[in-house]
Design a binder for this molecule. Structure first.
Ligand code: ASP
Length: 395
């Protein structure tokens, strides 16, 4: 184990994190260690962050850590896939990062230390409030997370954070402790991007592999490659090339006036118990009615269908959707499973998901139904805050 890793492991134990989080890398039979997730340590009190130089005029950036591969401890320096995600502490990782004091006054907050898929929507509610709390005093925030559900964490923040200051989500595909890891470079560049202020009013952006993407459109496209994040058809917003932070396009919401910029999803106005339950039903050749029936029986307030082609679903699914609408008033959003493209399938209690993928549409519907059960209101939110289309004001 490297000196850094020994030091980090000592801090993990000193902070009293769970044995699971501090445990050595264990390879479960039939499960790649990359899939092993630690335990959520929600809202762990912040360990003393990196204390910035007294009279620095550099922007203040807080790194809020949730775990993931970026905080991964590998079995050894060449174990790219055999590691325990969500193990190292962000204060130690930032302390190891060279030259960060030249780009920002960096502080840290250990929100949790786990794989991304271990977090509940209620945890994301807490995370969003914590980001806004930090932005009362900071110029920007970086959130570190696992990449598996990073697009969902980023889009949830995009839809809920009230501050217009930069929020940059990052992580890595290789653990912090292997040779050639992307972890250090991604963390450094995410801090640089947040400190640059260039994504103010962009909402949340996701930064990996020197590229940043709009949270609404970005998706993980590969299980292992370091260039896994893509924005289908539309491309990245920009790049980070050493000193240069190049912004080549802006998300639609950056064009909204400051007064219209925030979404209706102000989490301070609801409690966690108000968070709606929304599931995703995937369609395929001759798909059965079971998924929709089970979701309705399980109390889903809304269901997103990941349909074939332009959003079509099988006959059995379609009949079950009609029954759910008639008998339970369930609200549906239609999306495509193709990975890109617009969707126009609307109807009674059915909203077209436009070019949102199913996971993104699910969060948009979940937040909408947490604030209103009125179909027209929810549909209206999809057409404004959930939309990607750019409308240029009359000249
Ligand atoms: N299993 C990890 C997670 O999502 C993968 C990663 O961090 O990239 O937390």
């Amino acid at each position: 184990m490297s000196t850094m890793s020994k030091k980090v492991m000592k801090t993990v134990l000193a902070l009293g994190l769970t044995a699971a989080a501090a445990a050595p890398v264990v390879r479960l039979p039939g499960v790649s260690a990359a899939e092993v997730t630690g335990t959520v340590v929600a809202s762990t009190p912040a360990p003393a962050g990196t204390v910035p130089a007294a009279a620095s005029t550099l922007p203040k950036v807080e790194v809020i850590a949730t775990g993931g591969t970026i905080a991964g401890q590998s079995a050894d320096a060449t174990s790219f896939a055999n590691y325990r995600a969500g193990t190292l502490l962000i204060a130690d990782m930032v302390a190891e990062l060279p030259d960060k004091d030249k780009i920002a006054q960096v502080s840290t907050y250990q929100f949790g230390n786990s794989g991304s898929s271990a977090y509940s929507i209620a945890d994301l509610y807490d995370l969003s409030l914590r980001v806004d709390e930090a932005l009362k005093t900071q110029d920007g925030v970086v959130v570190t997370s696992g990449t598996d559900t990073m697009e969902e964490i980023a889009y949830f923040l995009d839809l809920t954070v009230r501050s217009s200051k930069p929020v940059v989500v990052t992580g890595s595909m290789r653990p912090w402790t292997v040779i050639g890891s992307d972890a250090q470079a991604n963390l450094y560049n995410a801090i640089k991007l947040a400190a640059s202020g260039k994504t103010k009013y962009f909402g949340t952006v996701l930064m990996l592999n020197d590229e940043f993407h709009a949270a609404r459109e970005v998706t993980k496209s590969n299980s292992y490659r370091t260039d896994t994040f893509v924005t289908p058809e539309l491309g990245a917003l920009g790049y980070i090339d050493e000193a240069g932070v190049r912004v080549y396009r802006a998300p639609q919401r950056a064009l909204l006036s400051a007064a219209n910029w925030t979404t209706p999803f102000d989490l301070a106005k609801i409690g966690k118990k108000d968070l709606a339950k929304v599931e995703i039903a995937y369609s395929y050749q001759d798909a059965g009615a079971g998924a929709i029936a089970a979701f309705v029986a399980g109390g889903a307030d809304g269901i997103v269908t990941a349909g074939t082609g332009a959003g079509g679903i099988s006959r059995a699914m379609s009949a079950e959707r009609t029954a759910a609408i008639e008998d339970h008033g369930t609200i549906f959003v239609a999306t495509t499973r193709t990975g890109s493209g617009s969707n126009y399938s609307s109807g009674k209690n059915i909203i077209a998901g436009d070019n949102l993928n199913a996971a993104h549409a699910r969060l948009m519907l979940l937040l909408s139904l947490s604030f209103s059960q009125d179909f027209d209101t929810v549909k209206g939110w999809f057409e404004t805050y959930g939309a990607a289309q750019v409308s240029v004001p009359e000249k």
